[in-house]
Design a binder for this molecule. Structure first.
Ligand code: TPP
Ligand code: MG
Length: 352
C-alpha cells in the first residue's frame, strides 16, 4: 500500500484511515498535460450542460460529475486502451476522459438521433464501444456484477485486459456487491472495483446509512486488497489504479479502491442541497483537482499560463461545437422506438 501522509476529513468527520496520497513518483509532462486537458474538458462540458438544462434544452435526469474529474482522468492514465470501463448514471466524465466524441455525448443529453445511444438513453445511459465504455447504468449497484462479468470474459479469453468498475457510496449497500466481491476474489477476476465516495447518496450522508464509514474495509471480509485514495489528487488516483492494475494483470484478481472525492453540484438538477453546509463545498474546492494539476504544471515548468489559457480556449471551442451539433441534429424518428429493444421471440407470455 502507498505511503500515507494525510488524514482527510470525510463528511465532516475525521476519517480514521489515511488515504493513499500521491507519492514522490515523477509523472511525465505528457501525463500532466493529458490530466489538465481532460479534466478541463469534463468540467467545461458539464458547466455548459448545466446551463443548457436551465434553458430546458436538456431534460430528464442529469447528474454532473463536477469536482470528481480526477477519478476518471487519473484512472485513464494508469490503464491501457483495451481495458473496459463501466459506471453508474453519473457518466459524462468517464467517456470524455476516454476520448469519446463530445458531440455524440452532448447530442445524447439533448435526446438527439446522433447521440452516443441514438438519443434513446439520455444522460444516464452513455455508451461508447469505440473506447470500451460499457455504460452508463441507472439502477444503483447493477453495474457491479456486470463489471465483474466483463472482467471474467477478459480472463476467460486470456486477453490480459481488465475491467474497472465504478460505483457510488450508495451502491456499496447493495447485496450484489457482496456476491460480486466473493466470486471475483474466488476466481481471481481482473477487476478493479472503485467506490467514488463523494460523501452522499442523493441527500443521505454515508454516516446516516452505515455503521462502517471506512468503505474500503468492506473488502476485508473477502481478503480483497483495498485502499482509500485521496481522489482530489489525480496523481494519487493514477498511482493507486496502477498498483491495482498490476495485481489484476499478474493474475492476483480484484482490488477495491475507495476514491475519496466530492461533487460540487447537487445530486441531480433539482436538489436544494439542504443536507450540507456551503462551507463544506468551499472546503473541497480549495483542493480542486484541476487547480492542483495546474499549479503542478506551472511549478514544474511543463507549460506557461498562456499555454494553459490556449488549451482552455481550445476546449471552449470543442464544447461550443458539441452544442451546435446537438442543436442542429434531428430527434430520432418514431419508428426508432421499436429498434434496439430486447425481445425474446419464444417468450411464452407474449401475445400477438
Ligand atoms: C436500486 C436503486 N435504488 C434506488 C435508486 C434511486 N437512486 C438514484 S441515485 C441514488 C443515490 C446513489 O448514490 P451514490 O451511489 O452515492 O452515487 P452518486 O449519486 O453519489 O454518484 C438513488 C438512491 C436507484 N436508481 N436504483
Ligand atoms: Mg455518492
Amino acid at each position: 500500500m502507498a505511503s500515507v501522509k494525510e488524514n482527510p476529513k470525510q463528511n465532516g468527520k475525521a476519517s480514521e484511515a489515511q488515504s493513499a496520497v500521491a507519492t514522490k513518483v515523477q509523472h511525465p509532462k505528457e501525463r500532466y498535460m493529458y490530466w489538465y486537458e481532460s479534466m478541463q474538458l469534463q468540467r467545461k462540458f458539464e458547466e455548459k450542460a448545466g446551463q443548457l438544462y436551465g434553458q430546458q434544452k436538456i431534460r430528464g435526469f442529469c447528474h454532473l460529475y463536477i469536482g470528481q474529474e480526477a477519478c476518471s482522468s487519473g484512472s485513464y492514465s494508469a490503464l491501457t486502451k483495451d481495458d473496459k470501463w463501466i459506471t453508474a448514471y453519473r457518466d459524462h466524465g468517464i467517456p470524455l476522459a476516454l476520448g469519446s466524441d463530445p458531440k455524440a455525448i452532448m447530442a445524447e443529453l439533448f435526446g438527439k438521433q446522433t447521440g452516443s445511444s441514438k438519443g434513446k438513453g439520455g444522460s444516464m445511459h452513455i455508451f461508447d464501444k469505440s473506447v470500451n465504455f460499457v455504460g452508463g447504468h441507472g439502477i444503483v449497484g447493477a453495474q457491479i456484477p456486470m463489471g465483474a462479468g466483463i472482467a471474467f470474459t477478459e480472463k476467460y479469453n486470456k486477453t490480459g485486459n481488465l475491467c474497472i468498475t465504478f460505483m457510488g457510496d450508495g451502491a456499496v449497500r447493495q447485496g450484489a456487491l457482496h456476491e460480486a466481491f466473493n466470486m471475483a476474489m474466488l476466481w481471481k477476476i481482473p477487476v478493479i472495483f472503485v467506490v467514488e465516495n463523494n460523501g452522499y447518496a442523493m441527500g443521505t450522508s454515508v454516516e446516516r446509512t452505515s455503521n462502517v464509514t471506512e468503505l474500503y474495509t468492506l473488502a476485508e471480509a473477502y481478503d480483497m486488497p483495498a485502499e482509500p485514495v485521496d481522489a482530489m489528487s489525480v496523481e494519487a488516483v493514477h498511482e493507486a489504479v496502477s498498483r491495482a492494475a498490476e495485481r489484476a494483470r499478474a493474475g492476483e484478481g480484484p482490488t477495491f479502491l475507495e476514491f475519496r472525492t466530492y461533487r460540487y453540484r447537487g445530486h441531480s438538477m433539482s436538489d436544494p442541497q439542504k443536507y450540507r453546509q456551503k462551507d463544506e463545498v468551499e472546503k473541497y474546492k480549495l483542493r480542486d483537482p484541476i487547480e492542483q494539476v495546474k499549479a503542478a504544471i506551472l511549478e514544474k515548468g511543463f507549460a506557461t499560463e498562456e499555454d494553459l489559457a490556449a488549451i482552455d480556449q481550445k476546449i471552449k471551442g470543442i464544447v461550443d461545437e458539441s452544442v451546435k451539433f446537438a442543436e442542429e441534429s434531428p430527434y430520432p424518428p418514431a419508428e426508432e422506438a421499436y429498434k434496439d429493444v430486447y425481445m425474446q421471440a419464444d417468450y411464452p407470455f407474449l401475445t400477438e
